[in-house]
Design a protein around this ligand. Structure first.
Ligand code: NAD
Length: 298
């Protein structure tokens, strides 16, 4: 039985973070500027707390100026918008991130669109979405998860995906849709599938590249896949796992990893695949924003 390549997102993310740390040190030495990342977290969602902690830790280890604003779950929208406005004009801050999801009384769109596009390192502002969709990638902040997925696909198949077919499972604004733009830009022939797609396994079977971003544990099976496919598993699902006879909570992706490894040419694991790349892409976007502010890029 053939076994595919395990795409080590953790190692790749660490290598990119090392390069970012070196560039950050150079920026500080030559321009006296540290990339500044402000993370705003509202409420007590436990998964969000973990994500924010990891982002802060990574920012600090890259040598960034890292700021965290922790707001109570019942914070008024006007107060969140006032904080964003303050960060928008703060010259020590180059990237602003509001951790999603937000408590129900807050308007996600009003808040994400209040971040000035030049500090929108999550790539959620309509200006950045528009640039990405119009093919102006060099000029846009690309959402971190799809940006990380693209680097892993490039490692397997190169930058030019001419003649390759890609199927994305999931059409969210943060993963599925920007992934479509990036794959299309790289010349792949792209299909976006979702919860209303019929005969999903048959559609997936045509793909040289599969990106799964659904939120359903182990949904994609080996018999859905074209032999030799490159499989990128974005899903993060909390499930009970039995390890050495003990049942514990653990993470699994949207792809049945062990099964997929028997047919695919390369698969990302969960954890240790897309997740670490996402955080590192946030650092890359923040460093780029700092360089743009200094007129060193663009
Ligand atoms: P979402 O809930 O916004 O979107 C899910 C998508 O899946 C929808 O477009 C829906 O139509 C589609 N879908 C649902 N059921 C389906 C089915 N049976 N068949 C086909 N499509 C179906 O989710 P999201 O924010 O895009 O996240 C998706 C997953 O990726 C989640 O598990 C999330 O935790 C994870 N995620 C991981 C990272 C990371 O850094 N690794 C980043 C973002 C999201």
């Amino acid at each position: 039985m053939s076994t595919a390549n395990r795409i080590d997102g953790k190692a790749k993310a660490a290598a990119i973070a090392e390069a970012i740390t070196e560039e950050t040190a150079t920026l500080l030495a030559e321009h006296g500027v540290k990339p500044g990342l402000a993370v705003v977290i509202i409420g007590e969602d436990p998964a969000s707390q973990v994500y924010v902690r990891n982002k802060k830790r990574t920012a600090e280890s890259c040598g960034f100026h890292s700021v965290q604003h922790t707001l109570a779950a019942d914070t008024a929208e006007a107060d969140v918008l006032a904080l964003i406005e303050q960060l928008n004009v703060d010259p020590s801050i180059h990237g602003i991130l509001v951790q999603l999801p937000l408590p129900g009384h807050l308007d996600e769109q009003a808040i994400t669109q209040a971040i000035v596009p030049s500090k929108d390192v999550d790539g959620f502002h309509f200006v950045n979405i528009g640039k990405l969709n119009a093919g102006h990638i060099a000029d846009a902040f690309v959402p971190c998860t799809p940006a990380g997925c693209m680097l892993m696909i490039e490692d397997e198949l190169g930058k030019d995906l001419s003649g390759k077919t890609a199927v994305i499972i999931g059409r969210s604004n943060i993963v599925g849709k920007p992934m479509f733009s990036l794959l299309l830009q790289a010349n792949a022939t792209v299909t976006v599938t979702h919860s209303r797609t019929r005969d999903l396994p048959d559609v997936v079977a045509s793909a040289d590249i599969v990106v799964a971003a659904v939120g359903r544990p182990d949904m994609v099976k080996a018999d859905w896949l074209k032999p030799g496919a490159v499989v990128i598993d974005v899903g993060i699902n909390r499930v009970e796992k039995t390890i050495d006879g003990e049942t514990k909570m653990g993470l699994t992706g949207d792809v049945d990893y062990d099964d997929a490894m028997t047919v695919a040419s390369a698969v990302t694991p969960v954890p240790g695949g897309v997740g670490p790349m996402t955080i590192t892409m946030l650092m890359a976007n923040t460093l780029r924003s700092a360089r743009l502010a200094l007129g060193l890029e663009g």
